[in-house]
Design a protein around this ligand. Structure first.
Ligand code: NIG
Ligand code: FE
Length: 411
Protein backbone atom coordinates (compact mmCIF):
# COMPACT_ATOMS: atom_id res chain seq x y z
CA UNK A 1 0.00 0.00 0.00
CA UNK A 2 1.25 3.48 -0.90
CA UNK A 3 0.06 6.49 1.02
CA UNK A 4 0.58 10.16 0.10
CA UNK A 5 -0.23 12.81 2.66
CA UNK A 6 -0.79 16.28 1.27
CA UNK A 7 -1.14 19.78 2.69
CA UNK A 8 0.62 19.16 5.98
CA UNK A 9 0.88 22.50 7.85
CA UNK A 10 4.22 21.45 9.38
CA UNK A 11 6.02 18.14 9.78
CA UNK A 12 7.71 18.12 13.20
CA UNK A 13 10.01 15.54 14.79
CA UNK A 14 12.12 15.09 11.66
CA UNK A 15 15.51 13.46 12.17
CA UNK A 16 17.58 13.17 9.01
CA UNK A 17 20.72 12.25 10.97
CA UNK A 18 19.39 8.79 11.94
CA UNK A 19 20.28 9.39 15.58
CA UNK A 20 19.36 6.64 18.03
CA UNK A 21 19.02 9.11 20.95
CA UNK A 22 19.18 12.87 21.38
CA UNK A 23 21.13 14.28 24.32
CA UNK A 24 21.71 17.50 26.22
CA UNK A 25 21.26 20.83 24.47
CA UNK A 26 20.56 19.09 21.15
CA UNK A 27 17.22 18.06 22.62
CA UNK A 28 15.99 21.62 22.11
CA UNK A 29 16.40 21.66 18.35
CA UNK A 30 14.22 19.92 15.82
CA UNK A 31 14.03 19.96 12.04
CA UNK A 32 10.63 20.91 10.62
CA UNK A 33 9.18 21.41 7.14
CA UNK A 34 6.25 23.78 6.58
CA UNK A 35 3.60 23.21 3.90
CA UNK A 36 4.69 19.65 3.31
CA UNK A 37 3.88 16.20 1.89
CA UNK A 38 4.98 12.73 3.02
CA UNK A 39 4.81 9.26 1.47
CA UNK A 40 4.76 5.81 3.06
CA UNK A 41 5.02 2.42 1.39
CA UNK A 42 4.84 -1.08 2.86
CA UNK A 43 4.57 0.44 6.31
CA UNK A 44 7.64 2.67 6.21
CA UNK A 45 8.25 6.34 5.51
CA UNK A 46 9.67 6.64 2.00
CA UNK A 47 9.99 10.40 1.42
CA UNK A 48 8.82 13.85 2.46
CA UNK A 49 9.33 17.40 1.29
CA UNK A 50 7.66 20.76 0.76
CA UNK A 51 4.49 21.05 -1.35
CA UNK A 52 6.30 22.80 -4.22
CA UNK A 53 8.10 19.48 -4.88
CA UNK A 54 5.05 17.25 -4.36
CA UNK A 55 5.16 13.96 -6.35
CA UNK A 56 2.32 12.93 -8.70
CA UNK A 57 -0.49 11.30 -6.77
CA UNK A 58 -0.85 8.41 -9.24
CA UNK A 59 -0.94 5.03 -7.52
CA UNK A 60 -1.23 6.54 -4.06
CA UNK A 61 -4.01 6.52 -1.52
CA UNK A 62 -4.37 10.21 -0.66
CA UNK A 63 -4.81 11.72 2.78
CA UNK A 64 -5.36 15.48 2.90
CA UNK A 65 -3.91 16.84 6.16
CA UNK A 66 -5.85 20.08 5.58
CA UNK A 67 -3.11 22.20 7.13
CA UNK A 68 -2.73 20.13 10.31
CA UNK A 69 0.66 19.26 11.80
CA UNK A 70 2.22 15.83 11.50
CA UNK A 71 3.91 14.46 14.65
CA UNK A 72 5.85 11.19 15.11
CA UNK A 73 3.84 8.83 17.34
CA UNK A 74 4.75 8.69 21.00
CA UNK A 75 6.97 5.83 22.16
CA UNK A 76 5.83 5.04 25.70
CA UNK A 77 8.70 3.02 27.20
CA UNK A 78 7.25 2.32 30.68
CA UNK A 79 3.73 1.03 31.33
CA UNK A 80 1.88 -1.54 33.42
CA UNK A 81 -1.32 -1.54 31.37
CA UNK A 82 -2.14 -5.23 31.80
CA UNK A 83 -4.08 -5.13 35.07
CA UNK A 84 -7.46 -6.19 36.35
CA UNK A 85 -10.04 -3.67 37.46
CA UNK A 86 -8.92 -0.43 39.09
CA UNK A 87 -7.95 1.03 42.49
CA UNK A 88 -9.99 4.19 42.96
CA UNK A 89 -10.65 3.27 46.61
CA UNK A 90 -6.92 3.83 47.26
CA UNK A 91 -7.20 7.13 45.40
CA UNK A 92 -9.83 8.15 47.96
CA UNK A 93 -7.61 6.81 50.79
CA UNK A 94 -4.81 9.05 49.51
CA UNK A 95 -7.15 12.04 49.47
CA UNK A 96 -7.82 11.27 53.14
CA UNK A 97 -4.11 11.38 53.89
CA UNK A 98 -2.57 7.94 53.40
CA UNK A 99 0.63 7.77 51.37
CA UNK A 100 1.41 5.32 48.55
CA UNK A 101 3.85 3.52 50.87
CA UNK A 102 1.33 3.29 53.73
CA UNK A 103 -1.24 1.76 51.40
CA UNK A 104 1.36 -0.76 50.19
CA UNK A 105 2.41 -1.62 53.77
CA UNK A 106 -1.11 -2.52 54.80
CA UNK A 107 -1.37 -4.99 51.91
CA UNK A 108 -3.03 -2.75 49.35
CA UNK A 109 -1.36 -1.30 46.28
CA UNK A 110 0.42 -3.81 44.06
CA UNK A 111 -0.82 -6.76 46.19
CA UNK A 112 -4.39 -5.54 45.74
CA UNK A 113 -3.88 -5.62 41.95
CA UNK A 114 -2.24 -9.06 42.24
CA UNK A 115 -5.36 -10.44 43.97
CA UNK A 116 -7.61 -9.02 41.28
CA UNK A 117 -5.40 -10.34 38.51
CA UNK A 118 -5.35 -13.80 40.03
CA UNK A 119 -9.15 -13.90 39.93
CA UNK A 120 -9.45 -12.62 36.35
CA UNK A 121 -9.37 -14.88 33.30
CA UNK A 122 -6.73 -14.44 30.65
CA UNK A 123 -9.36 -13.46 28.06
CA UNK A 124 -10.86 -10.84 30.35
CA UNK A 125 -7.41 -9.47 31.17
CA UNK A 126 -6.66 -9.21 27.47
CA UNK A 127 -9.97 -7.44 26.79
CA UNK A 128 -9.38 -4.90 29.56
CA UNK A 129 -5.82 -4.24 28.41
CA UNK A 130 -6.90 -3.86 24.77
CA UNK A 131 -9.36 -1.15 25.80
CA UNK A 132 -6.43 0.75 27.29
CA UNK A 133 -4.31 0.06 24.19
CA UNK A 134 -7.05 1.52 21.98
CA UNK A 135 -7.33 4.48 24.34
CA UNK A 136 -3.60 5.29 24.11
CA UNK A 137 -3.54 4.75 20.34
CA UNK A 138 -6.25 7.42 20.05
CA UNK A 139 -4.00 9.73 22.10
CA UNK A 140 -1.04 9.31 19.76
CA UNK A 141 0.99 6.35 21.05
CA UNK A 142 2.63 4.16 18.41
CA UNK A 143 4.99 1.96 20.47
CA UNK A 144 4.68 0.75 24.03
CA UNK A 145 6.50 -1.28 26.66
CA UNK A 146 4.32 -3.35 29.01
CA UNK A 147 5.46 -4.96 32.25
CA UNK A 148 4.25 -7.97 34.15
CA UNK A 149 4.41 -7.62 37.94
CA UNK A 150 0.83 -8.09 39.13
CA UNK A 151 1.19 -11.86 39.07
CA UNK A 152 3.87 -12.46 41.71
CA UNK A 153 3.56 -16.23 41.27
CA UNK A 154 5.20 -18.11 38.41
CA UNK A 155 1.83 -19.04 36.97
CA UNK A 156 0.31 -15.56 37.16
CA UNK A 157 3.45 -13.81 35.88
CA UNK A 158 3.38 -16.12 32.85
CA UNK A 159 -0.32 -15.39 32.42
CA UNK A 160 0.45 -11.67 32.25
CA UNK A 161 3.30 -12.16 29.80
CA UNK A 162 1.07 -14.29 27.55
CA UNK A 163 -1.49 -11.48 27.53
CA UNK A 164 1.24 -9.01 26.56
CA UNK A 165 2.26 -11.41 23.77
CA UNK A 166 -1.32 -11.51 22.52
CA UNK A 167 -1.47 -7.71 22.52
CA UNK A 168 1.79 -7.62 20.56
CA UNK A 169 0.25 -9.87 17.90
CA UNK A 170 -3.08 -8.08 17.62
CA UNK A 171 -2.39 -4.37 18.22
CA UNK A 172 -1.24 -2.14 15.34
CA UNK A 173 1.60 -0.69 17.46
CA UNK A 174 5.01 -2.00 18.52
CA UNK A 175 4.86 -3.81 21.88
CA UNK A 176 7.81 -4.79 24.10
CA UNK A 177 7.39 -7.15 27.07
CA UNK A 178 9.19 -6.79 30.41
CA UNK A 179 9.25 -9.37 33.20
CA UNK A 180 8.74 -7.58 36.56
CA UNK A 181 8.38 -10.47 39.00
CA UNK A 182 10.22 -8.28 41.54
CA UNK A 183 7.47 -5.66 41.71
CA UNK A 184 6.47 -6.46 45.32
CA UNK A 185 6.92 -9.30 47.79
CA UNK A 186 3.77 -11.46 47.74
CA UNK A 187 1.95 -12.06 51.07
CA UNK A 188 3.01 -15.72 51.22
CA UNK A 189 6.64 -14.60 51.30
CA UNK A 190 6.26 -11.85 53.88
CA UNK A 191 9.38 -11.92 56.08
CA UNK A 192 11.03 -14.33 53.63
CA UNK A 193 11.90 -11.84 50.91
CA UNK A 194 15.18 -13.54 49.97
CA UNK A 195 13.26 -16.75 49.26
CA UNK A 196 11.03 -14.84 46.86
CA UNK A 197 14.14 -13.49 45.12
CA UNK A 198 15.37 -17.09 44.82
CA UNK A 199 12.04 -18.11 43.31
CA UNK A 200 12.47 -15.35 40.73
CA UNK A 201 16.04 -16.37 39.92
CA UNK A 202 15.66 -20.14 40.02
CA UNK A 203 12.18 -20.68 38.61
CA UNK A 204 10.55 -17.62 37.12
CA UNK A 205 13.47 -16.28 35.07
CA UNK A 206 14.44 -19.66 33.54
CA UNK A 207 10.80 -20.30 32.59
CA UNK A 208 10.28 -16.83 31.13
CA UNK A 209 13.51 -17.21 29.15
CA UNK A 210 12.64 -20.68 27.93
CA UNK A 211 9.26 -19.48 26.68
CA UNK A 212 10.87 -16.41 25.06
CA UNK A 213 8.06 -14.17 26.28
CA UNK A 214 9.99 -11.19 27.63
CA UNK A 215 12.82 -9.10 26.30
CA UNK A 216 13.55 -7.08 29.44
CA UNK A 217 13.71 -7.66 33.19
CA UNK A 218 12.71 -5.00 35.72
CA UNK A 219 12.99 -4.69 39.53
CA UNK A 220 11.29 -2.18 41.84
CA UNK A 221 14.56 -1.16 43.53
CA UNK A 222 13.42 1.19 46.25
CA UNK A 223 12.80 1.68 49.95
CA UNK A 224 10.37 -0.98 51.21
CA UNK A 225 10.53 -3.04 48.00
CA UNK A 226 13.79 -4.62 46.73
CA UNK A 227 17.35 -3.76 47.79
CA UNK A 228 20.23 -3.00 45.45
CA UNK A 229 21.77 -6.39 46.36
CA UNK A 230 18.58 -8.22 45.41
CA UNK A 231 18.27 -6.12 42.27
CA UNK A 232 21.82 -7.03 41.25
CA UNK A 233 21.13 -10.70 41.90
CA UNK A 234 18.04 -10.68 39.67
CA UNK A 235 19.51 -8.53 36.89
CA UNK A 236 22.70 -10.61 36.78
CA UNK A 237 20.72 -13.83 36.56
CA UNK A 238 18.47 -12.37 33.85
CA UNK A 239 21.54 -11.35 31.84
CA UNK A 240 22.57 -15.02 31.67
CA UNK A 241 19.34 -15.55 29.73
CA UNK A 242 19.91 -12.53 27.50
CA UNK A 243 17.31 -10.31 29.19
CA UNK A 244 18.33 -6.65 29.37
CA UNK A 245 17.42 -4.56 32.41
CA UNK A 246 15.08 -1.62 32.94
CA UNK A 247 14.98 -0.63 36.60
CA UNK A 248 12.43 1.22 38.76
CA UNK A 249 14.81 3.39 40.77
CA UNK A 250 14.76 6.32 43.20
CA UNK A 251 11.01 6.87 43.22
CA UNK A 252 10.65 6.79 47.01
CA UNK A 253 14.24 7.38 48.12
CA UNK A 254 17.89 7.69 47.08
CA UNK A 255 17.98 3.92 46.59
CA UNK A 256 21.30 3.51 44.78
CA UNK A 257 19.29 2.03 41.93
CA UNK A 258 20.51 4.58 39.39
CA UNK A 259 24.20 3.88 40.06
CA UNK A 260 23.50 0.14 40.04
CA UNK A 261 21.58 0.36 36.75
CA UNK A 262 24.49 2.16 35.12
CA UNK A 263 26.98 -0.35 36.51
CA UNK A 264 24.93 -3.28 35.19
CA UNK A 265 24.40 -1.68 31.77
CA UNK A 266 20.63 -1.29 32.15
CA UNK A 267 18.82 0.01 29.07
CA UNK A 268 16.99 2.49 31.31
CA UNK A 269 16.54 3.59 34.92
CA UNK A 270 13.05 4.89 35.51
CA UNK A 271 11.28 7.31 37.90
CA UNK A 272 14.25 9.16 39.49
CA UNK A 273 12.15 11.55 41.59
CA UNK A 274 14.92 11.28 44.23
CA UNK A 275 17.96 12.25 42.19
CA UNK A 276 20.85 14.58 42.88
CA UNK A 277 24.37 15.27 41.67
CA UNK A 278 25.58 11.70 42.31
CA UNK A 279 22.86 10.14 40.17
CA UNK A 280 23.49 12.62 37.35
CA UNK A 281 27.24 12.05 37.57
CA UNK A 282 26.71 8.26 37.37
CA UNK A 283 24.57 8.62 34.25
CA UNK A 284 27.09 10.77 32.37
CA UNK A 285 28.77 8.89 29.55
CA UNK A 286 26.60 5.79 30.02
CA UNK A 287 24.13 4.29 27.56
CA UNK A 288 21.49 3.95 30.31
CA UNK A 289 18.48 6.17 29.57
CA UNK A 290 17.07 8.16 32.50
CA UNK A 291 13.32 7.81 32.04
CA UNK A 292 11.09 10.28 33.83
CA UNK A 293 7.44 9.60 34.66
CA UNK A 294 5.91 12.94 35.64
CA UNK A 295 2.41 11.45 35.55
CA UNK A 296 3.29 9.43 38.68
CA UNK A 297 4.75 12.46 40.47
CA UNK A 298 1.58 14.38 39.55
CA UNK A 299 -0.83 11.67 40.69
CA UNK A 300 1.01 10.89 43.96
CA UNK A 301 1.86 14.52 44.71
CA UNK A 302 5.61 13.82 44.77
CA UNK A 303 8.43 16.13 43.78
CA UNK A 304 9.45 15.98 40.14
CA UNK A 305 12.79 14.64 38.87
CA UNK A 306 15.46 17.25 38.02
CA UNK A 307 15.04 17.09 34.24
CA UNK A 308 16.68 20.48 33.57
CA UNK A 309 19.80 19.56 35.50
CA UNK A 310 20.00 16.28 33.61
CA UNK A 311 19.68 17.93 30.21
CA UNK A 312 22.12 20.67 31.16
CA UNK A 313 24.59 17.97 32.24
CA UNK A 314 24.40 16.68 28.67
CA UNK A 315 22.21 13.65 29.35
CA UNK A 316 19.50 12.28 27.10
CA UNK A 317 16.17 12.07 28.93
CA UNK A 318 13.09 9.98 28.05
CA UNK A 319 9.49 10.52 29.17
CA UNK A 320 6.96 7.74 29.71
CA UNK A 321 3.46 7.44 31.16
CA UNK A 322 3.87 4.65 33.78
CA UNK A 323 0.20 3.85 33.01
CA UNK A 324 -0.84 1.68 36.00
CA UNK A 325 -3.74 1.48 38.48
CA UNK A 326 -1.85 2.76 41.53
CA UNK A 327 0.43 5.65 40.71
CA UNK A 328 -0.55 6.79 37.22
CA UNK A 329 -3.95 5.75 35.89
CA UNK A 330 -3.40 7.50 32.56
CA UNK A 331 -1.48 6.71 29.40
CA UNK A 332 -1.87 10.17 27.91
CA UNK A 333 1.62 10.91 26.57
CA UNK A 334 0.64 14.37 25.38
CA UNK A 335 -0.32 15.26 28.96
CA UNK A 336 3.02 13.78 30.07
CA UNK A 337 4.82 16.20 27.73
CA UNK A 338 2.74 19.10 29.05
CA UNK A 339 3.57 18.13 32.64
CA UNK A 340 7.25 17.93 31.65
CA UNK A 341 7.03 21.49 30.37
CA UNK A 342 4.92 22.86 33.23
CA UNK A 343 6.56 21.10 36.17
CA UNK A 344 10.08 20.22 34.95
CA UNK A 345 10.69 23.20 32.65
CA UNK A 346 11.41 21.07 29.61
CA UNK A 347 10.66 22.98 26.41
CA UNK A 348 7.95 21.51 24.16
CA UNK A 349 10.73 20.49 21.75
CA UNK A 350 12.74 18.70 24.45
CA UNK A 351 9.57 17.03 25.73
CA UNK A 352 8.61 15.77 22.28
CA UNK A 353 12.04 14.19 21.68
CA UNK A 354 11.95 12.68 25.16
CA UNK A 355 8.53 11.14 24.46
CA UNK A 356 9.40 9.85 20.98
CA UNK A 357 12.99 9.12 19.92
CA UNK A 358 14.44 8.80 23.44
CA UNK A 359 11.47 6.68 24.54
CA UNK A 360 12.16 4.41 21.56
CA UNK A 361 15.81 4.24 22.67
CA UNK A 362 14.66 3.15 26.14
CA UNK A 363 12.97 0.18 24.40
CA UNK A 364 15.91 -0.52 22.09
CA UNK A 365 13.91 0.34 18.94
CA UNK A 366 15.05 3.85 18.04
CA UNK A 367 16.53 2.63 14.76
CA UNK A 368 12.94 2.01 13.55
CA UNK A 369 10.68 4.25 15.65
CA UNK A 370 10.53 7.66 17.27
CA UNK A 371 11.04 10.22 14.50
CA UNK A 372 10.05 11.21 10.99
CA UNK A 373 12.94 9.61 9.13
CA UNK A 374 13.03 7.84 5.77
CA UNK A 375 13.11 4.07 6.39
CA UNK A 376 11.43 4.21 9.79
CA UNK A 377 8.02 2.70 10.48
CA UNK A 378 5.29 5.11 9.31
CA UNK A 379 3.77 5.82 12.73
CA UNK A 380 2.48 9.36 13.14
CA UNK A 381 -0.57 11.48 13.81
CA UNK A 382 -2.01 14.59 12.24
CA UNK A 383 -3.54 17.42 14.22
CA UNK A 384 -6.24 19.94 13.42
CA UNK A 385 -4.67 23.15 12.09
CA UNK A 386 -2.91 24.81 15.04
CA UNK A 387 -1.16 28.15 15.41
CA UNK A 388 2.26 26.76 16.34
CA UNK A 389 4.08 23.60 17.40
CA UNK A 390 4.09 24.83 21.01
CA UNK A 391 0.28 25.19 20.97
CA UNK A 392 -0.04 21.38 21.07
CA UNK A 393 1.72 21.15 24.46
CA UNK A 394 0.19 24.39 25.79
CA UNK A 395 -3.50 23.65 25.07
CA UNK A 396 -2.99 20.37 26.91
CA UNK A 397 -6.62 19.39 27.28
CA UNK A 398 -8.03 20.37 23.89
CA UNK A 399 -8.66 17.37 21.62
CA UNK A 400 -6.45 18.15 18.62
CA UNK A 401 -5.51 14.82 17.03
CA UNK A 402 -7.53 14.32 13.87
CA UNK A 403 -5.89 11.39 12.01
CA UNK A 404 -3.64 8.53 13.05
CA UNK A 405 -1.41 6.47 10.78
CA UNK A 406 0.26 3.30 12.10
CA UNK A 407 2.47 1.07 10.00
CA UNK A 408 1.55 3.21 6.99
CA UNK A 409 -2.18 2.55 7.44
CA UNK A 410 -4.84 5.05 8.43
CA UNK A 411 -6.50 3.76 11.62
O1 NIG B 1 5.89 2.56 38.52
N1 NIG B 1 6.70 1.92 41.38
C1 NIG B 1 6.32 0.77 41.13
N2 NIG B 1 5.37 0.40 40.29
C2 NIG B 1 4.41 1.26 39.73
C3 NIG B 1 3.19 1.36 40.57
C4 NIG B 1 2.45 0.12 40.52
C5 NIG B 1 1.17 0.12 41.28
O2 NIG B 1 1.00 0.88 42.26
O3 NIG B 1 0.31 -0.66 40.89
C6 NIG B 1 5.04 2.58 39.40
O4 NIG B 1 4.72 3.62 39.96
FE1 FE C 1 6.27 1.74 36.89
Amino acid sequence: MRLLILNIGTIVGIDTLHRTRISGLEMDSMERIDNAWLTAEDGVITAFGSMDSCPSSEGFEILDAAGGMLFPSYCDSHTHIVYAGSREQEFVDKIHGLTYEQIAQRGGGILNSADRLHNTSEDELYNQAMERINEVIAMGTGAIEIKSGYGLTTEDELKMLRVIGRIAKSAPIAVKATFLGAHAVPRDYKGRQSEYVELICDTMLPTVAEQGIAEFVDVFCDRGFFTTEQTEQIVTKAAEFGLKAKIHANELDYSGGVQLGVKLGAVSVDHLESSGEDEIEALKGSATMPTLLPGAAFFLGMSYPPARKMIEAGLAVALASDYNPGSSPSGNMRFVTSLASIRMRMTPTEALWAATLNGAAAMGISDRYGSITVGKVANFFITKPISSFEYFTYAYNTPLISRIVLGGKIV
